[in-house]
Design a protein around this ligand. Structure first.
Ligand SMILES: *Cc1c(COP(=O)(O)O)cnc(C)c1O
Length: 217
């Protein structure tokens, strides 16, 4: 199928309240522009270097989401234009984003990335760490950031029961924190598991290969 067909196919599977972030990592600007021309505005990249190459050559009204592990020393390069940093995985990183937001006279929207997969390798906060950071935020720390919600990735397994359990950990935390301050965004679900994620309460999915085709890595 063409990118256009893939894109319409994904859109047709999303309920109205679910946002699509098109994950464009490894894909060239021309391909991103094709999806942009179909009306898509939110795109996700996982590497700062790659984002910095694409951002200047693509339209200004693209809403860029950083979805990969972010090193503190690279925050400064994206602080003036990034729409959402979905991958806040440490307090140290959040402090740095807060600092760079202040320098740029803006607020930066972020999601706390929570480790829900049973697999070892993933970045992310524990549920306890996320609660701790959120409480600090409610007490007025990090005045230049806006915590909009949570992001998580389930294990890459075929076992639907396991994936569902992992998504529900995030959904429950989202509901708990929302009692303290209403949150907007629950980002979970990728090409392989977004229908399941939506069933479990996701309202923002990050879909790459199902739109752009398989990546060669
Ligand atoms: C690559 C990536 C995605 C998209 O993955 P696909 O399987 O291609 O849809 C989503 N979220 C994160 C954090 C990613 O790194």
């Amino acid at each position: 199928m063409s990118i256009e067909q893939n894109y319409q196919d994904i859109l047709s599977q999303l309920p109205q309240n679910v946002k699509l972030v098109a994950v464009s990592k490894t894909n060239p600007a021309e391909k991103i522009k094709k999806v942009y021309d179909l009306g898509q505005r939110a795109f996700g990249e996982n590497k700062v270097q790659e984002l910095l190459e694409k951002q200047p050559v693509l339209p200004n009204d693209i809403e860029w989401h950083l979805i990969g592990h972010l090193q503190t020393n690279k925050v400064k390069y994206i602080a003036d234009f990034i729409s959402m940093i979905e991958s806040i995985d440490s307090e140290k990183l959040l402090k740095e984003v807060d600092k760079e937001a202040a320098k740029n006279n803006r607020k930066i929207n972020v999601l706390l990335q929570v480790k829900i997969a049973k697999e070892e390798t993933k970045f992310g906060l524990t549920v306890g760490e996320a609660k701790e950071i959120f409480n600090q935020y409610l007490e007025g720390n990090f005045p230049n950031i806006e915590i909009k919600g949570l992001m998580g990735m389930a294990s890459f397994v075929d076992d639907e029961t396991q994936i569902r359990e992992e998504f529900y950990v995030l959904k429950n935390l989202f509901d708990d924190l929302s009692q303290l301050k209403p949150l907007e965004t629950l980002s979970m679900g990728m090409s392989g598991d977004f229908p399941l994620a939506i069933e479990c309460g996701s309202n923002s999915v990050r879909v790459g290969s199902a739109i752009f085709g398989e990546r060669n890595y």
